[in-house]
Design a protein around this ligand. Structure first.
Ligand SMILES: Nc1ncnc2c1ncn2[C@@H]1O[C@H](COP(=O)(O)OP(=O)(O)OP(=O)(O)O)[C@@H](O)[C@H]1O
Ligand SMILES: [Mg+2]
Length: 345
């Protein structure tokens, strides 16, 4: 069963500013989808439409099999929750506790059930210590957790998350990702707008990419999107950065070393079947290119080991963190060996 189905949807903000142009896609029940796009490409606007907060200028939107273009379905209010990009717009009560209880009270739940749900959510998000605080005096990350709590407490079937990990510390980011995955395990439909390329593989099985023309320019599996440098450059999600490796010049995106490594894999796949065919010259040249590449990127790899060590420490895995920190310090040694090998060629 499809939770959402959109056909040729257009939306314009006041001043006839286009935000979505000819958007068509569908989301199945229990599916997890990420929406990628540069600033201003239309991600938040799309989530507002899916939450029924605004209606399209033209085109069709079906939710739970029924057209919502001309008015809100009561089902939408009950079954869909949205975490706004800016949690401040979501919070209005005097205390975090009241904030959490508001939704369940509106649903008409009895007092005991409301209390139980609020306690569960405080525990789930690790924010028990905030329950008597005013939502307005919280830090950005704390506010985001409380806002997420207000979404989860009504036990919706569909959760719309707008930039959920932005502004969170590394430990909270990992916790949010785990939480999104536990929602997926519970068969919830989760739709996440983000420009964080590092998380889309962790939290979704399908990614929609918006171009700056507010149109969908790709719909694919997250790993396909991450490895499509041309697509990411087109969407302005990475910046081009030209490199020269001896006679081979290529450009690649600079958010991670992945696509670069694939390119080097391709160079290696193109090696002659018999390395001795050219007296080994081709192999020497290719190894030189690879050594240059390894040396050039070892610093970014080292940074990545350290950042993952911090994340692991954040979730109580000091054992893994220790090994990653060791890998980071040993990278310098490995670097020296690469330089030595290069000098020998
Ligand atoms: N309230 C508004 N009034 C007028 N134009 C708006 C309004 N909100 C958004 N826009 C415009 O609509 C377009 C899409 O905005 P939207 O907020 O959906 O983008 P986004 O992909 O979520 O961007 P970001 O990554 O910065 O959050 C942009 O050109 C933006 O300037
Ligand atoms: Mg946005």
């Amino acid at each position: 069963m499809e939770v959402f189905e959109l056909k040729d949807v257009f939306y314009l903000h006041p001043g006839e500013r286009p935000a979505l142009s000819g958007v068509s896609f569908s989301v199945k029940d229990g599916e997890s989808l990420t929406i990628l796009g540069a600033n201003g490409s239309g991600k938040s606007t799309l989530l507002f439409l899916l939450d029924g907060l605004i209606t399209p200028r033209s085109g069709m939107i079906k939710a739970f099999g029924r057209d919502i273009g001309n008015g809100l379905l009561p089902e939408l209010r009950q079954r869909v929750s949205i975490l706004f990009q800016n949690p401040q717009v979501q919070l209005f009560s005097l205390t975090v506790w009241d904030e959490l209880c508001f939704g369940p009270i509106q649903l008409g739940l009895v007092k005991e059930e409301v209390t139980k749900r609020a306690e569960d959510v405080l525990h789930l998000l690790g924010i028990e210590h905030l329950q008597d605080r005013g939502p307005w005096n919280l830090s950005g990350g704390e506010m985001k957790k409380v806002a997420l709590g207000t979404c989860l407490i009504t036990n919706p079937d569909v959760i719309l998350l707008d930039e959920p990990t932005t502004g969170l510390d590394p430990r909270s980011q990992v916790e949010f990702i785990e939480l999104i995955n536990s929602l997926r395990d519970a068969k919830k439909t989760v739709i996440t707008a983000t420009h964080d390329l590092d998380i889309i593989e962790d939290i979704s099985e399908k990614t929609i990419v918006f171009g700056e023309n507010h149109r969908i320019i790709a719909e694919a599996r997250p790993y396909e999107v991450i490895n499509d440098t041309g697509l990411l450059l087109d969407a302005n999600l990475i910046h081009a950065h030209a490199h020269k490796h001896r006679e081979i010049v290529h450009s690649h995106g600079h958010y991670s070393a992945h696509s670069h490594e694939h390119l080097m894999d391709r160079i290696m796949a193109e090696s002659p079947r018999s390395p001795m065919a050219s007296g080994g010259k081709n192999e020497i040249e290719k190894l030189r290119i690879l050594l240059d590449h390894w040396i050039e990127h070892s610093e970014s790899h080292r940074d990545s080991y350290i950042s993952w060590a911090e994340k692991m420490e954040g979730i109580g895995r000091a054992d893994v963190a220790e090994v990653l920190r060791k890998a980071s310090s040993e990278t310098q040694e490995v670097d020296k060996l690469f330089r030595k090998a290069k000098a020998m060629l």
